[in-house]
Design a protein around this ligand. Sequence first.
Ligand code: GUN
Length: 286
Amino acid sequence: MPARILDGKALAQTIREVTAAEVASLRREREIVPGLTVILVGENPASQVYVRNKQNACNAAGMVGRTLRLPADISQSTLIHDIERLNADPMVHGILVQLPLPPHLDERAVLSRISPRKDVDGFHPENVGLLASGTPRFVPCTPLGIRELLIHGGVETRGAHAVVLGRSQIVGKPMALLLLQRGEGGDATVTVCHTGTRDAAAYARQADILIAAIGRPEQVTADWVKPGAAVIDVGIHKRADGRLCGDVHFPSVAQVAAAITPVPGGVGPMTVAMLLRNTLQAAIQS
Ligand code: GUN
């Protein structure tokens, strides 16, 4: 039987509607309008699309979504100066620096200058540490969205063996930490595979929940997947024929898995929905 589809587009829409209602009551009761500023450095075409989606989603939820466009050759000190101005602006509750940055900029140094209480991406070392120590404040949006998909899709994480393919700061590492947390959407036994892993497919085949965040098109084929597993695909790539695909070879894996996220329409829309939630949280806590 082909796998059940974990529909991120539909769930994200529901979450966005609920968030919009909460934004309206925050405005009514406390006269606070959540504000998010996204900083886009340079003209990376994919980043431009992502940033536009984030800004539009904010505005549609009744928040103030703004984009600060900066030239690709901006100096690190000027960029940090702009971040500090936003840190001090009471109308701005969330700040997000779209990645990747041009190579002359030190990503880690830049992200650490965002106020940790406005760091809706959850990349500041203080927020990374809070997640790692089991008392999360802001959690990166993609792993947070995946956890929601698992919970709402009826995928039991407690006691499950979750295998995360990829150890990035944006997805792999925080995903593993979330799955390890106590409580709903957590309590999993977690394995993280990466470029140094010998025979990642052998680990993947042991997964009840397989999360592919590798960055290589259609790498995960049916022989990587245990029958009945839930498969989450974080990748998004353009194939030679112009169609979009993920890190998972959907046609074959959907014949083996019990549940699977599509690309597009799986993890991507959930990431944006979680950004809205994090921005609302930042405004509530301001
Ligand atoms: N680039 C790719 N994913 C992300 C993300 O979640 N946040 C930011 N800031 N940049 C990204």
